[in-house]
Design a protein around this ligand. Sequence first.
Ligand SMILES: [Mn+2]
Length: 264
Amino acid sequence: MRRFAIGDVHGCSKALRTLIETIAPTPEDELVFLGDYVDRGPDSRDVVDQVIALQNRCRVVTLRGNHEIMLQGVARGGLSDTVWLANGGQATVSSYGGSLDKLPANHHEFFMDLLPYYETAKHIFVHAGYLPNLSMPAQEEMTLYWNHLPTPVPPPHQSGKRVIVGHTPQPDNRILDAGHLVCIDTYCFGGGCLTAMDVETGDMIQTNRHGHVQRPPILSAALTAKKIGKSITKFCRQRFGNKTQDLSAREDRHHLFADRFPSS
Ligand SMILES: [Mn+2]
């Protein structure tokens, strides 16, 4: 059994489709979604459809993000939609054909059933963050859903469990890994990528909003270094090829030395 945490999808349905295909979950695997399925990206409706369909394929844990709170506040709570529409909600409304009245019943159920956090023996999964000295049931809504991670990040949670969060966008497709706290929101809708992390092995799968698999940053950095190394080697061979060989010959080295420091 593998357990993956999946960061903020934000309507990036192509990224999610490729991510799920790449994970290729079996019925024993567990996928924990950290919330913010909707808003900003192009197809929130399709994202929700995909997550619902996934429930027939493997174990799926779906957490609530602040964007689902805003959507539900508007769709069911009678709240004004002004703030939400300006914060990515317009894209969601468009994906539902121009009105939240067109939300299917199973989508309403999906949003109703989202969890505030999820705890396993070794991990806590939550959308935004935690206060270290409070048990998870005692956490406040602002902490669970809304506040970005402070700098420096909070100390370990009192349970000693590693906490996996989304919500605070991380630049350059790199997750934030403080050991006791990991943030895997890698800003998919804004040009970054969607991250899935196997919480046992640390293995990561990343896809961009066009649905392409991204190379993990460490690997691509290594490849870049290799490329640069190769081109430097090639340049040196072309420019200094023979001389380099000459220098390694003992006599010539002696000769060179003699030129620089004339004995007379
Ligand atoms: Mn969020």
